[in-house]
Design a protein around this ligand. Structure first.
Ligand code: 3PG
Length: 211
């Protein structure tokens, strides 16, 4: 099976927003994860964009209630390393065939990114039902996903890229959206300052969004 749909559905249903985290400081990883989980955002996407990303994931995975996923997965090595770091899901900005095939050899589900009907259909033909719509705002935003719903009724999306507390409700109101992803809940300045209470407040606000 290319994508464990039930597992991914269970994970992505748990909270309306998946924080997209770019974080390199292992020593503060736990505090950041604890703040997000305390606010109600349990799914944490840690992008593979920093040298210590895998160590950050492993630290965050120790936090009770945290469901850590890897982001920016581009290679088979990324997929295997994510699994070894204790991740429970993986996210990619794209959906190249080689990556979708590689994900079949990893036991945690991959959420691949698509930006067009053809890409969504190609992923669907390979057994992928849950897809990231990326970069959501730049590709036309919620009206595009709304247009996907009639011809592609079985496909479910997590839009990411340019999502904010202001536009998230429009996406979350669509029948083919399970959750949204975004970095607005993890502002770099607050994290650098050690202001995890601000992160917790932003997470609580995001967790309160209706679906
Ligand atoms: C990303 O991959 O960087 C995510 O899509 C986050 O986008 P954002 O920073 O616009 O929320």
């Amino acid at each position: 099976m290319a994508q464990d749909v039930n597992k991914l559905k269970t994970i992505l249903s748990a909270a309306p927003v998946v924080p997209v985290i770019i974080h390199d400081d292992v020593s503060s990883a736990r505090a950041l994860a604890e703040a997000l989980v305390a606010g109600g955002l349990v799914n944490l996407e840690v992008t593979l964009r920093t040298p210590n990303a895998l160590k950050v994931m492993a630290e965050m995975a120790k936090v009770p209630g945290a469901v850590v996923g890897s982001g920016t997965c581009r290679t088979l090595e990324d997929l295997k390393a994510s699994q070894d770091a204790g991740c429970q899901f993986m996210v990619s900005p794209g959906a190249p065939v080689a990556l979708l095939e590689a994900a079949e050899h990893v036991s945690i589900p991959l959420l691949p990114g698509i930006a067009s009907p053809t890409e969504a259909m190609a992923a669907s033909l390979m057994g992928y039902t849950y897809l990231k719509f990326f970069p959501a705002e730049a590709m036309g935003g919620a009206p595009v996903l709304k247009s996907f719903a009639s011809p592609l009724p079985d496909l479910i999306f997590c839009p990411t890229g340019g999502i904010t507390i202001a536009n998230a409700p429009t996406y979350l109101g669509l029948p083919n959206v399970i959750c949204v992803g975004g970095s607005w809940v993890v502002p770099e300045a607050a994290i650098k300052a050690g202001d995890f209470e601000s992160v917790r407040r932003l997470a609580a606000e995001a967790a309160g969004l209706a679906r």
